[in-house]
Design a protein around this ligand. Sequence first.
Ligand SMILES: Nc1ncnc2c1ncn2[C@@H]1O[C@H](COP(=O)(O)OP(=O)(O)O)[C@@H](O)[C@H]1O
Ligand SMILES: [Mg+2]
Length: 278
Amino acid sequence: MIKSQTCETITIGSTEIMLAHPAELPLRWVGQKELIKQVLAAWMVIDEKDVPFNPRLTGKPGVGKTTLGYAAARQLNRNIYLFQATMDTRPEDLIITPVMGADGQVKYAASSLVTAMIRGGVCILDEGNRMSEKSWASLAPLLDDRRYVESIITGLTIPADPNFRFVVTINEDASTYEIPEYIHSRLQPQIFIDFPDREDELLILKENLPFADEDILNYMVDFLQRAHMADEVYSVRDGINMARYAMKMMHGTRTAKQEAIHHAILSVLGDESLRYEE
Ligand SMILES: Nc1ncnc2c1ncn2[C@@H]1O[C@H](COP(=O)(O)OP(=O)(O)O)[C@@H](O)[C@H]1O
Ligand SMILES: [Mg+2]
């Protein structure tokens, strides 16, 4: 449901800035608990002289990177802000952009990242590999001991609250920018998310499709495990989509179970994938 929200604003120097809204997603992480612990350990500060890390979650598309970042952030009980990086993300989009107010006056809007910095929340920069080197460069001082960003548009330097935490997800696919080395070195540690084992994969499907038929879930997990063995890119996300579609086919068109499964695999992944059928 979309609730009408009034924009919070803060004033820095003499500039009034509108803040972004935190994200509230119904995501829960199941299985591979050590991954959550690794993210939380990276964020810990263990001494006055210590600083938090900016972990980088890597893995193939659909293995659970965004879900992991979100679930770990929720353990901190702070507001969570999502920033979706794209090829069109400009440096100022990450920081502060001018917007036209209803009264025709120019106002300034903080990005979700800068809102997290100000509020002491967690920022998940999603699919950071889609963003250009130029945009990454604007985050360099934030990601080292300096912990601030500079807004060219407003002339402000904005320090991060000590509670601010940052995590980036990086898709391992070819269609994206190489992140420059000086940025890579600031996005540590790297936490790699591999395909889940059979038991965890079944738990994940059940968590996401609690209403689904057991046979369908078991079939999809076997299918996925065979594909993982062959290092195919099919992920648990594909499994969720296939199981969901098979359920809809059974309910909506009265297709028999086996036929619904076959049709769902074909529709979601194409005929190449049929070799992993039983
Ligand atoms: N460990 C997990 N626990 C719960 N759901 C998971 C888990 N791993 C993946 N998922 C589910 O799989 C789908 C893809 O996960 P997502 O985090 O979007 O992947 P990525 O960001 O790596 O592309 C989502 O529907 C997510 O809820
Ligand atoms: Mg993602």
